[in-house]
Design a protein. Sequence first.
Length: 417
Amino acid sequence: MFASLDPTFRDSPDGAEALGILRSCVHCGFCLATCPTYQLLGDELDSPRGRIYLMKNMLEGQPVSRLTQRHLDRCLTCRSCETTCPSGVQYGRLVDIGRNYVETRVKRGPLDVFKRTLLKHVLPRPTLFRPLLAFGRVFRPLLPRYLRRKIPAYRPPGPWPQPRHGRQMLVLAGCVQPALAPDINASAARVLDRLGISLITAPRAGCCGALAHHLSDEGAAREAMRRNIDVWWPFVEQGAEAIVVTASGCGTEVKEYGHALRHDPAYSDRAQQIATLTKDISEVILEEIRDNELFNKKNKLKQSVSIAFQSPCSLQHGQKLGGVVEGLLERWGARLVVVPDAHLCCGSAGTYSLLQPGLSRQLQANKIAALESGHPDLILTANIGCLTHLASATETPIQHWVEWLDARLSEQHQSPP
Ligand code: SF4
Ligand code: SF4
């Protein structure tokens, strides 16, 4: 695609990157077939190619309106279009640049500003989010049904193994996950402990920055990244082998630290090293199980339950790890049912379910129908956002897959040989 950007923007780092991305698009339109918002709305401006045109026009200096902002806001940043695109267009990076550009030129309405400010300040701060969640749990029966189902029941995390191994890895605690589902990281710690790795947390690390990033507050996002790098770095210097992430949305963000801080001389090198060390929990387990008897194929767990795995967009499109968890689950004897349209987003997408509730609910209903079409006993996923979002709309039990694995390994350990 030919593009000639506005000279005042063209020579900036974002301008140079945007130009390269715009020029890589050949307008073939293959991406339309796998875009969830285009499937729902049927409007080319709500497709990847349409949004790319909108961004091209705007970055070339044409007037920007609320309409452009609305079409960009409706994008889930699911990156399904990137997986489909034969030309390797980095749509996710382009839409970040486009949104930041619009944000400085188009004023949002007061309600929109209020909602976005509230989300940006409450969700990443456990000191605010925890009491609100506790309040919600106490008054759950009095809340409207939709809100009630958004608040998961408390599940105790169980014991966290003492750091007893020479090999250590850091785990990202995150912001909302420790309050919503503290059992996920505890399960990961128990699974890795069986593999001879102690999982440790860095007490002052916090939100990965994704919340602020997706709300176009790049300053706050980079601040969160720098804080995490400062907190993790001494552990890395002492030999922590990896930064393990159990929420695939956060993993996608931390793997981008090197790119996000590439122009920051004080952080660029460390940010790149942190990004390289970052692994989704599935990558770590896949790497470690080869020679471990407990995880050997011969030790397949006997499973009678059937499972539907919901592969989050951040796992399959963001981190390009589609099929990894499914392979691990089958290795341990899980009976996986086919999930139609597994490439489509469930509508959670960070804060999307709160900012675009109508579209989000349609995607949620479609995803639940797809997951339940094979009549599974259980749904497993790999991201806290998808887990909470889907759990609010189904009676089928839903868990993070590492919780399921931890429970199966405990059963195997307790059962007589
Ligand atoms: S598939 Fe890729 S090259 Fe084709 S229109 Fe979509 S983004 Fe552009
Ligand atoms: S990121 Fe997802 S919603 Fe946005 S244009 Fe691409 S496929 Fe469509």
